[in-house]
Write a protein that binds this ligand. Sequence first.
Ligand SMILES: [Zn+2]
Ligand SMILES: [Zn+2]
Length: 124
Amino acid sequence: MRRQVQHAGSPAADARPIAVLSGHEPSWWLRAQLVSMESGWRSGEALGCPHLGAASIWLAALWRPDLMACPSCAHHIMATGTENHTCDRCRTVDPGVGPLAIEWRGILVTFGLCPSCFRLELPA
Ligand SMILES: [Zn+2]
Ligand SMILES: [Zn+2]
């Protein structure tokens, strides 16, 4: 089950809509990433934008676990250039890397997966 959301903030030229995973059971890999990200947030390692108090949802990216943003500041955590095409799981640079997001404890966490890691995360 996936629904499309629009990029918040100023979209880059190659911005694609993020596919938000809903009702998805994270794989062991994704769960480990989310848990280590969350422990970083809890120990105060993450820097938030100044608007988090008023934001309806918080956004974070797996490749920048030290930043947290409101929807208007989302462009600060969105990957650009090569990172935008780098798989967060196997670190392969692949033009087929697609932006995904999962809601984790009220925070929308974005990440990118290459086609083969996508199949590991979401077996057909
Ligand atoms: Zn903000
Ligand atoms: Zn991959």
